[in-house]
Design a protein around this ligand. Structure first.
Ligand code: AKB
Length: 337
């Protein structure tokens, strides 16, 4: 049997680059990528084909491709989406719907469910104020589904669209002979931190930005208060989770959307660890009210019991291991510090 053909959208983004590398390392895949940008050198040789351009208009090119899996990572992140709201809706919702239509079409036509992996986010949650956030602690998937941001609304709605296209499309599940539908699965990611790339346009970006600046001996002004707490995860764990969920047999899954967690730290705790590792780091706190408001609406942490019990999820990196075994060794090599 030949390689499984897979599509990775948003391949030039942080998760995209790491996922293409993860799939290539695993082997057995013909990787097709798409993005607005040309592929960076780090992954150029790993993709069999790259389709460059606006996904909303490019999806039609993919109708003849026999994709077993679609990893749809292209998105406009939370801070950027508040500045260009309608454009974010177009990218985040229209792009996802076009791809879901493609997955539904191919699943039905060839009688084989196309697996659709969707990265959702802790932005799908929305807590009314800091007191409720503190009181709620670790939230379950069904709680506080009241996002405050365009990006969070888009993610939550796309989760629902995924359920629609994979279960109820055209109400044909009620037919005497229902069609084969696509197989949609979503992970709600916390803030992600890579030692190799930097995010852009997100609101959890203060975590990675602070650490990368400190490692280079550059000053950093953090746009949230010291006491701000949300959950974070090492990029290798994020890739592990995507691959794990994509490989889990459908019959093991009783849900469609899963939280995953690794460690929750305050911005002040990030500063303390950065200063311990790089004593010359200069980190100050100058909260930006809008970006602060976004992070205050996200939960302190999430409960990932469903992922642990249904598909065996367990992160490799808690806070200590994240710093000691992954981030610091890699970042020291990168910036020679
Ligand atoms: C963002 O900050 O927008 C993203 C996310 C938490 O989904 N990193």
């Amino acid at each position: 049997m030949g390689d499984k053909q897979v599509l990775v959208t948003g391949a030039c983004g942080e998760i995209g680059q790491a996922l293409v590398q993860g799939l290539a390392k695993r082997g057995g895949f013909r990787i097709v990528t798409s993005d607005l940008m040309p592929l960076p050198d780090s992954i150029k040789s790993l993709a069999a084909e790259h389709v460059q351009g606006d996904l909303v208009y490019k999806v039609k090119n993919f109708y003849d491709y026999d994709f077993e899996m679609i990893f749809h990572l292209a998105a406009s992140l939370s801070s950027k989406a508040e500045v260009a709201t309608e454009e974010a809706h177009r990218i985040n919702v229209e792009g996802t719907m076009q791809l879901l239509m493609l997955a539904a079409y191919r699943s039905e036509k060839y009688g084989k469910p196309v697996r659709f992996l969707f990265p959702s986010s802790i932005a799908a949650y929305g807590m009314p104020d800091r007191a409720e956030k503190k009181k709620a602690g670790r939230v379950m998937e069904g709680e506080w589904n009241t996002p405050h941001t365009m990006y969070g609304c888009n993610k939550l709605y796309c989760e629902k669209l995924g359920v629609y296209y994979s279960r109820y499309c055209g109400q044909r599940h009620l037919d005497e002979h229902p069609p084969v539908m696509c197989d949609f699965r979503a992970i709600r990611f916390p803030g992600l931190i890579s030692a190799f790339t930097l995010p852009s346009g997100g609101t959890s970006d203060y975590g990675p930005e602070m650490l990368h600046q400190a490692a280079q001996g550059k000053p950093y002004s953090c746009f949230v208060r010291e006491d701000t707490r949300i959950s974070f995860m090492a990029m290798p764990d994020a890739i592990k989770s995507i691959l794990m969920l994509s490989e889990t047999p459908r019959e093991k899954l009783n849900h469609t959307v899963y939280n995953i967690a690794a460690f929750a730290l305050t911005a002040g705790e990030f500063r303390d660890r950065a200063v311990k590792a790089f004593p010359k780091a200069q980190i100050t706190f100058e909260p930006n009210p809008r970006r602060q408001g976004i992070v205050d609406s996200w939960p302190e942490d999430v409960d990932d019991t469903l992922a642990r019990t249904e598909w065996g999820w367990k992160p490799d990196y808690n806070a200590d291991r994240f710093f000691d075994d992954y981030f610091l060794p890699e970042i020291r090599k990168r910036y020679r510090n």
